[in-house]
Design a protein around this ligand. Structure first.
Ligand code: IMP
Ligand code: MG
Length: 182
C-alpha cells in the first residue's frame, strides 16, 4: 500500500542490511570495552537503532531523546527543543548518538553540545544517512551508513507528515504526494 507512493528506492533492504553490519563492526572495534550509552533520537532512529544494536555482542545501554526543531517563517530557525530528555546520567560515559539522517547538522550539533556540557566522556554520532550538501554547520558524523544527495527521503524511520516510517527501505516520494496534501 505505501509502496505505491514511492518514486524510487534509494537504499534497498539488502543494502541497509550490509550498511548496518559494517557499522556494527566499526562500533565493535571502537566501543566493545567501553559500556557506552546508545542514545537514539526519536522517532526516526527506531528501525536503524533496533537493527544496529542487534549486531553488537557486548555490554551497552540504550536511551532515547525526543528533539524537535523550531521552524520560524520559511526557514528552520536552527533552534531545537527537547520534548523528552534521556533519563540516564551521561557524566563520564561514552555516548553514541544514533540518528536517521544528518542534514543541516543543527539537530545533532545541539545534542552533541548538550551531552558534552553534561560531562559525557565522549560523544560520537552514528547516522544511517548523511546529506552533506544540506550542511549549514561544520559537522561530520563519525559513523556514516550512506551519503545521499539533497533529496527528501522517507522510510526506515524517516517520515513525511508522520507516515512511511515503517517502510523497510529508504526511497523518494512521488511528487503528487506532496502536491495532493498542499
Ligand atoms: P538537521 O537538523 O537539519 O540536520 O535535520 C535532521 C533531522 O531532520 C533528521 O533527524 C530528520 O528528522 C529530519 N530530516 C532531514 N532530512 C530528512 C528527509 O529527507 N526526510 C525525512 N526527514 C528528514
Ligand atoms: Mg530525526
Amino acid at each position: 500500500m505505501l509502496e505505491k507512493d514511492i518514486e524510487k528506492i534509494l537504499i534497498s533492504e539488502n543494502e541497509i542490511k550490509a550498511i548496518v553490519e559494517r557499522l556494527g563492526k566499526e562500533l565493535t572495534d571502537d566501543f566493545h570495552d567501553k559500556f557506552p550509552i546508545f542514545l537514539g533520537l526519536l522517532k526516526g532512529c527506531v528501525p536503524f537503532m533496533a537493527d544496529l544494536i542487534k549486531q553488537l555482542d557486548w555490554p551497552l545501554e540504550i536511551a532515547f531523546m525526543n528533539i524537535s526543531s523550531y521552524h520560524g517563517g520559511t526557514e528552520s530557525s536552527g533552534e531545537v527543543k527537547i520534548d523528552m530528555d534521556l533519563g540516564t546520567p551521561v557524566k563520564n560515559r561514552h555516548v553514541v548518538i544514533t540518528e536517521d539522517i544528518v542534514d543541516s547538522g543543527r539537530t545533532i550539533q545541539s545534542v552533541v553540545e548538550l551531552l558534552k556540557y553534561r560531562g559525557a566522556k565522549s560523544v560520537s554520532v552514528a547516522t544511517l544517512m548523511d546529506k552533506p550538501e544540506g550542511r549549514v554547520l561544520d559537522f561530520t558524523p563519525h559513523y556514516i551508513g550512506k551519503s545521499i544527495p539533497k533529496a527528501f527521503v522517507v522510510g526506515y524511520g524517516l517520515d513525511y507528515q508522520e507516515k512511511y516510517r515503517n517502510l523497510p527501505y529508504v526511497g523518494t516520494l512521488k511528487p503528487k504526494i506532496y502536491m495532493s496534501e498542499e
